[in-house]
Structures are given as C-alpha cells and as structure tokens.
Write a protein that binds this ligand. Structure first.
Ligand code: SAM
Length: 698
C-alpha cells in the first residue's frame, strides 16, 4: 500500500524522497491514515479532523502560524492549533514544545478578503525537507562547511539540552531520521534505523564533519529516489482497480457487503448527528469501490452515486462546504484526493529565508543554533532557506530577526522569486506585494542594485510591507499603492514583473481553515476575473525590449484551475506576444493542459503546481512568461497579425477592459460593489442580472 502513494509523488528533486521519512510524507500520511482507518476504536478515530485541529500541544510552527495569522489580512483566519507540524511531530518532549514560542512581528490590518497568502506567505512556516548537504549549495554558502572544527555550541541553559544531533541516549527522532538517511543502499529501512543507531551516536555532527555527512545524505537521498521510482513503477504495474490508498479494514472479509445509503437514509442522516465512525468507514469503502468498481459496486448503483456520497462524506468529515469539497476533489484521483484533504489538516514546517543583504546562511544558522534553535537547510533547491524544527526562543522576535537577518517565510513563497530570476540592476515590479516576503527576496537577489517597485492596492497592507522593507535593509525598493489594473498607465517598461495574485487561498487551508467554508462559486468567478485583468496589465508592464529580462511570473497560493491554468491560458490567448517558458524550479507537477472538458494551450504544462501532500509545502502555482515585441504586419485578410519570434499569430488587439457580453455581469458586479463600498444605494443584484439577460436575449 505504501508504494502506491509514491505514485503521486514526484521523484526529482532529491529532497522529495526525504519527505517520506519524517514529514507528512506519503508513507507517514499513509501510516496516519492506516492507523485511523484500522483502529476505529482509537481515540483519534472518534474525532473529525476539523475538531482534532483544535486539540493537541503547541509547537513552534503552529505558534508561528497562529501569530502570523494574527497579522494576516485574511478574514476569519483562525489559528491552527493541534496537529503537529510534520517535521516536528516526532520531536522532543512536550515540555520543550511548550517552551517554544514563535512570534511574528509584522502586523497586518485586516480587511482584505481574498485569502491572500500574505502573512502566511511571509510569516508562516512550511518547507520541503532538506538535508545538511544543502548548506553547501549556492555560492553564498560555499564556505559554510569549512568553518572551525569545534563542535557546534548547542547551548545548555535549558533543562533539556538542544542539539542539532543529540548525544547518545538522548537521540531525537530527527537524529533517527538522519541515521536512516545514512543507511547504505539496499538495507532494510527499519532494521537499519536501529542498527545504525549506535554507530551514529559515536560521531556527533560538527561543522567539520558536516560535509562528509552531507555527501552520505545525498547518496542516501539518491537511493531513496531510486527506490521511490521503483515503487512508482511497481504501483503502475499493479491492477488499476487496486489503486486505493486506504487500508483494508477487513470488513469485506466479514461477508458484509458495503451498501450505499438510500436517499431516505441520507435525509435522515442530515437531520441527526452522524457517527464519525460511520462516515469514516463509508469513505474508506467508497474509495475502495471506486477503485474497483466492476468488482465491488452494488448492482444498480452508478459510479457517480459513490462519488457523490464520498464528496459529501469528505465535506462533513473534514469540515468543508459541499461546493469546495467537490471542487478540490476533482483535481485528483479518488485516492489522492483523500491524501490532499488529509494533508490540509496538518501544519507545514516553519521555514525562514536568510536575508543575504545582511548575513550568510551558515552564519545565521550558527547564531540561531547557539540560541537554541534546532534547524536544517530546507532543500537543495534553495541556498537561503532553513527549516526550524524547534526553538527555545521566539523565532519571530530574536535579535537577528529584528535586525532583518531573516524572514519567516513559507518555502512555497520562495518559488515565484526563484522563477523570476532577478538580475542585478534590473527594474522590477512586484504588482501585489504586501507584506513583502517576495519583494524583499527580490531586493536581496538584486543585491540592492536596480529598483523594485513594490505595489499593493491595500494601503493598510503597505504599512507592513514598508516595515519589512526597512527591517530587511532593502535600499532599492519603492512602495506604492495602486490597483494593479492601473498598470502600465502608472508605470511600465519593467525588466521583470511578479504578479503574486490575490487568490482564494485553497493552497493554504492548513493555515486558514476558514477557506473551507467561506468560498462560493461566485468568489471563484470574481477572483478568476480579477486575476485575468491583472495578468494582462502585468504583461503590458513588461518591456519586451529588456536586454536582460522581459519576463512575467504569475503565481497564486491556490490550487484551483480557474485561478491558475485558466488565467494563464487566457493571457496566452489575449496576448499573442507572450509565451510560457520553463520556471526553472526543477520540481513540482506540470500544469494541466486538459481539465474537465477544457483544453488549455499545450505549453501550460510548463507551469508548476505544488501540493501539501506531495511536496510538504503549501499548495502553490507558478507560471513564467516571456514577453516578446508586438510587431504588427498586414496579413492577407483584414485581420492584423503580430509576429512573435517566428510565429505569426492573429492579433487580438483589445483593451484590458472587459466589455464583452460575457463579462458584463462581472463589470456590473464590480460597479455595484464599488458603489456599495462608498455607502451609495445599489440596485438589487437580481434586477441587474435580469436586465442583462434581457439585453443579451434582445
Ligand atoms: C498573495 S498576496 C501577496 C503576497 C506578497 N506577494 C508577499 O509575498 O508577501 C496578494 C496581495 O494582492 C493585493 N491585491 C488585491 N487586489 C489587488 C489589485 N487589484 N492590485 C494590486 N494588489 C492587489 C492584496 O492586498 C494582497 O496583499
């Protein structure tokens, strides 16, 4: 069964297999599920996840999330108590956990409503797992491992000594995980963990021996990747109908066939309180039947009846509204959908980004270790990220934090800036930038050269943006507050533009569970519309003549197709002078080119999707465009054409405005909202819609 999960996991880059080992990785999640599924009498099985999220001990990243959410501009943001972060769940005792406090200093005014990634973006923690070898990657950190050979000073003023790798007898799970990674290829995982324990304990990790250990970790990671690949291949070779990731509860063997509730029974159920065991068991059974429909389905029952029941149970079990449960369910295969929903119940790891304008990652790591912070590099794909496992000090209030040596920032938030690839001396627009996680990252990559225009429509949010810009020592940033749709009229000709668009936040449900119930079909329509308007303005703000750039990166912390591929595809259609290019990120799932009857441009596969259950980071989407010159040429017909490289496309010369009939309802709704916001009387929505439909009919 464990092997099947690997199917959903993308093997490269190397860090991903590590996810299996201690984060809410495939296997771990699988175990967690299996536990709950197998043992219906277990305490856990008595509680729905939504409820479980309110229980449990406090841990570093939960506090980070909580504190971050304090300042979060999103409405109804609740702290996510309870579930331990994946990487920390196996860590030291409760006492230590209680001591940990992560505070986030940036405060946000509320009021913005569309599930911005905002503070989560900057202040929440989550990460892909890395290994120590990551400390080697990147020029800035090249000398990291050549430091003095003294052992790391791990501090000892606490009852329990914090160590990067504790000594014999006090070995933490983190250490166990590292031991396991060090296992030679071919060894049995479990035995290996035990066998290696004693050997490993003899050698404490020091700055001097980290390099050798890093190499060993790399080899082990490569081996894991190979095993993972084999798992995927094996799983693919299995019968398709066996493709269910929920453990067998043995009930099939009891001779009691699974029966879907009748319409009356469902009605009855709605009236009363449903036993969580019943829901849980039924979900498991539905998944199994859907995986082997011909064999297991009740006679006379259709597939859609099982799907309907399953979605309804997912909604009630995980606490979503029916609409969103269905929308998210549709993104995945049946079994993978369950993994996604489960991953949303777990916090992502706390991560920080080194501010290279002020320090180097190795120095920062050392200082924080000395303060009692247990950390390690996030992964090979970033040379500035660190994952914090636990801390005796508030990560959001250390002297280093206050001095701007790092940003508390979600790992997924590094990705758009990596894709953007700012080059020194460039002029860059960050179109929706508050509270500035990505702006300050861009400024750092520019090494304080060039210029970053950090814009956000919300004046209130630009305050925390400005505060972050100052704290991080960015001297090349101008903060401004326009509606992004006013660009490029305000300013244009940028070498690169980042549009980290306002979105529904379906990728950050683990931080903001209000998304589960407060999003409707209408919200997605309006958001998608706003995103389409913004992306055209963002494209038009890029200078196709830029010598070094000419790129736009579009990103969201949402996983829905409406907000991602549909927006990107729309931009490709409306602006024939742009093409999608590789993001350069090196991992992530491909963007959809077909989805529920819709077909997108084949190049949309170049976009990248990131998922909590696959990458152990927030759900995220990144697409990178190259903007070429528009050159009008006369074509044989009446239509004008534009030459883009050697491709001749039909020009769709149109304003960014949305004046087609199809768009009228959005335009009207926008006007209605504006008037309402000004306290003016507005016509009832139904009346407007009625007038529009009669106009269209006429
Ligand atoms: C996902 S958040 C940006 C997070 C930010 N990039 C960071 O890394 O810290 C989206 C932002 O879009 C802003 N926004 C919403 N509508 C906008 C518009 N029409 N023009 C510009 N910004 C907008 C919101 O105020 C919000 O701060």
């Amino acid at each position: 069964m464990g092997g099947r999960r690997a199917k959903y996991k993308q093997l490269p880059p190397a860090p991903l297999p590590e996810l299996k080992q201690d984060r809410p990785s495939s296997k771990k999640l699988g175990k967690r599920k299996a536990d709950a599924d197998d043992d219906l009498d277990s305490e856990r099985a008595h509680t729905r996840p939504a409820k479980r999220a309110k229980e449990g001990s406090k841990v570093a990243n939960q506090k980070a999330g909580k504190a971050g959410q304090k300042g979060d501009g999103r409405p109804g943001v609740k702290s996510q108590k309870g579930n331990k972060p994946p990487a920390q769940s196996n860590r030291k005792g409760k006492k230590r956990e209680e001591e940990v406090e992560v505070e986030l200093l940036e405060t946000e005014s509320g009021g913005e409503n569309e599930g911005w990634e905002d503070m989560s973006d900057v202040e929440d923690g989550k990460a892909i797992v890395g290994d120590l070898s990551d400390l080697e990657s990147g020029e800035e950190d090249d000398d990291l491992l050549q430091g003095p050979t003294e052992e790391l000073d791990l501090g000892s003023d606490e009852e329990e000594e914090i160590e990067l790798f504790p000594k014999k007898g006090t070995k933490s799970k983190q250490q166990k995980r590292c031991v396991r990674i060090l296992a030679p290829p071919g060894s049995d995982d479990t035995s290996l963990e035990d066998d290696k324990d004693s050997e490993d304990e003899d050698e404490r990790v020091t700055v001097a021996n980290m390099e050798a250990r890093s190499r060993a970790l790399d080899e082990a990671a490569a081996h894991e990747a190979k095993l993972g690949l084999e798992e995927v291949q094996n799983a693919a070779a299995e019968e398709g109908d066996d493709d269910v990731d929920m453990e067998d509860d043995g009930e099939e063997g009891d001779g009691e066939p699974f029966r879907l509730p009748t319409a009356e029974e469902r009605e009855e159920e709605k009236k009363g309180v449903t036993d969580v065991h019943v829901v849980q068991r039924r979900m498991r059974r539905c998944v199994r039947v859907l995986g082997s429909f011909k064999k297991l389905a009740e006679k006379g029952r259709s597939r859609s009846e099982y799907v309907e029941q399953l979605i309804s149970d997912i909604a009630s079990y995980f606490g979503y509204n029916q609409f969103l449960a269905e929308k998210l369910f549709q993104l995945f295969s049946v079994a993978e959908a369950i993994e996604f929903f489960e991953a949303n119940e777990m916090s992502r790891p706390v991560t920080i980004r080194t501010n290279t304008l002020k320090t180097r990652r190795r120095d920062l790591a050392q200082v924080l270790i000395n303060r009692g912070v247990n950390l390690e590099p996030i992964g090979k794909w970033t040379n500035v990220g660190l994952q914090v496992f636990e801390s005796t000090v508030p990560i959001g209030a250390t002297p280093e934090y206050l001095a701007g040596h790092y940003m508390l920032q979600a790992a997924s938030s590094f990705l758009p800036v990596i894709a953007l690839g700012p080059q020194p001396n460039e002029r860059i627009l960050d179109m929706a930038s508050a509270p500035g996680g990505k702006t300050t990252h861009i400024a750092a990559l520019l090494q304080n050269t060039g210029h970053v225009f950090a814009n956000d429509t919300s004046k209130a949010r630009t305050k925390s943006l400005a505060a972050n810009v100052h704290r991080m020592g960015c001297k090349n940033v101008t903060v401004c507050s326009y509606d992004g749709r006013e660009f490029p009229k305000v300013m244009g000709g940028f070498d690169r533009v980042l549009l980290d668009a306002p979105c529904s936040g379906t990728g950050v449900i683990s931080k903001d569970s209000s998304v589960k119930v407060n999003k409707t079909d209408r919200d997605f329509m309006l958001l998608s519309h706003l995103q389409k308007q913004l992306i055209l303005c963002a494209i038009d703000s890029v200078s196709p003549e830029s010598k070094t750039g000419g790129y736009l990166v579009y990103s969201t912390c949402s996983v829905t197709v409406d907000e991602n591929e549909a927006v990107v595809d729309y931009a490709l259609k409306k602006r024939p002078n742009v093409t999608l290019v590789d993001t350069g990120i090196g991992f992530g799932r491909e963007g959809f080119t077909k989805y529920r009857g819709k077909t997108f441009h084949p190049s949309v596969s170049l976009a990248r999707r990131f998922y909590p259950h696959v990458h152990n980071m927030d759900g995220f989407f990144v697409a990178k465009f190259k903007i070429e010159k528009r050159a009008k040429v006369k074509s044989s017909g009446d239509e004008a054409s534009t030459v883009t490289g050697d491709v001749v496309n039909t020009v769709i010369e149109e304003d960014v405005g949305f004046n087609s009939e199809e768009d009228q309802k959005y335009v009207e709704e926008g006007r209605r909202r504006q008037l309402k916001a000004k306290g003016l009387r507005v016509r009832p929505r139904q009346k407007i819609e009625h007038d529009l439909s009669t106009k269209v009919a006429a």
